[in-house]
Design a protein. Structure first.
Length: 93
């Protein structure tokens, strides 16, 4: 997985989970640096949707140690997590 692919996927996952009025802003990159939990873009249920999409894309569950607010509070952080694990998966496969 390339870095630009992981960013695009993270935007898509958040858009699918976010309230309708924020979905478009997610896809255009407007929310890349926004604090998703602080702004209400994500809550605990929406977080689970994003996590499920991420794990489906990776084909594996993330370790509990990675399920931190820091790894999910911005689209950029979600993309970095997807990139790290996508890169690990491609090295293993």
């Amino acid at each position: 997985m390339r870095r630009d692919e992981s960013l695009s996927l993270a935007r898509q996952w958040v858009a699918e989970a976010a309230p309708e009025d924020l979905a478009r802003r997610s896809l255009t990159g407007e929310l890349d640096g926004s604090l998703l939990f602080t702004t209400g873009t994500l809550d605990s249920l929406r977080f689970l949707d994003v996590l499920a999409s991420l794990e489906d894309s990776l084909g594996a569950e993330l370790p509990d140690s990675e399920l931190t607010p820091e790894n999910f509070d911005t689209i950029s952080a979600i993309a970095a997590l997807a990139y790290r694990y996508g890169a690990k998966k491609s090295q293993e496969g």
